[in-house]
Write a protein of this length. Structure first.
Length: 217
């Protein structure tokens, strides 16, 4: 008799510091046909006008966090949470349960031999226990600062405060089952993703390997 039990996709958490290149790497996996679930996208969806999370933010932080169109003012919100740890934790208490629930829902329906779940703040998140393996996109902190200045026109002081508010590079790397270095040319990053894709397909095809650490015979 054949075994009709469905093999669940391997869930791969993808994380990294701000401006490390997580989105670039996630896009590369998507181009290879891998289902990608992005918690940043989910985070934007749960605070759309009419959603309960936006009303809770309004009640906790005031009308100054809502723009004239009724949307979350992300610039104003970011200025608040990066200068106030209590405010940041309050915002996380509003958003994280909703983001987690929607992430799990999308994962259950995404399919694929393996799927990539992009979680910028994976250190300390319950989703760290939900995923089977973790990829950390890594680069030097000075590279992150340079990219922040190019992307968001932050001052160096603001950029350093943003980095300080996140988990440290050491903490992220301590979680890593796999590391993708994104300090070099984009072609080098793509080669790393392609090689890891083959390794993860092998992992997905051999369920017994899921219980062992990467590299374990």
């Amino acid at each position: 008799m054949s075994d009709s039990r469905k093999i669940q996709p391997v869930r791969i958490g993808l994380t990294g510091g701000i401006a490390s290149g997580k989105s670039v790497v996630a896009d590369m996996f998507a181009e290879l046909g891998v289902p990608v679930i992005d918690t940043d996208v989910i985070a934007r969806e749960v605070v759309e006008p009419g959603e309960a999370a936006l009303e809770e933010i309004r009640e906790r932080f005031g009308e100054a966090m809502i723009d004239v169109a009724g949307n979350l003012d992300r610039v104003a919100m970011r200025q608040v949470i990066f200068n106030d740890d209590v405010a940041r934790l309050d915002l996380e208490a509003i958003l994280h349960p909703r983001i987690g629930a929607e992430t799990r829902r999308q994962s259950d329906s995404a399919g694929g031999p393996y799927q990539v779940i992009v979680v910028p703040l994976l250190v300390g998140s319950p989703l760290a226990q939900y995923v089977d393996r973790i990829i950390v996109v890594d680069c030097e902190e000075e590279t992150q600062i340079r990219r922040l200045l190019e992307r968001d026109t932050e001052t160096i002081e603001q950029a350093r405060r943003i980095l300080a508010a996140q988990a440290s590079r050491k903490e992220r790397l301590a979680l890593a089952d796999y590391t993708i270095n994104n300090d070099r040319q984009i072609s080098d990053t793509r080669n790393q993703v392609s090689a890891l894709h083959q390794e993860l397909l092998h992992l997905a095809a051999h369920p017994s390997l899921r219980e062992s650490s990467p590299g374990t015979p």
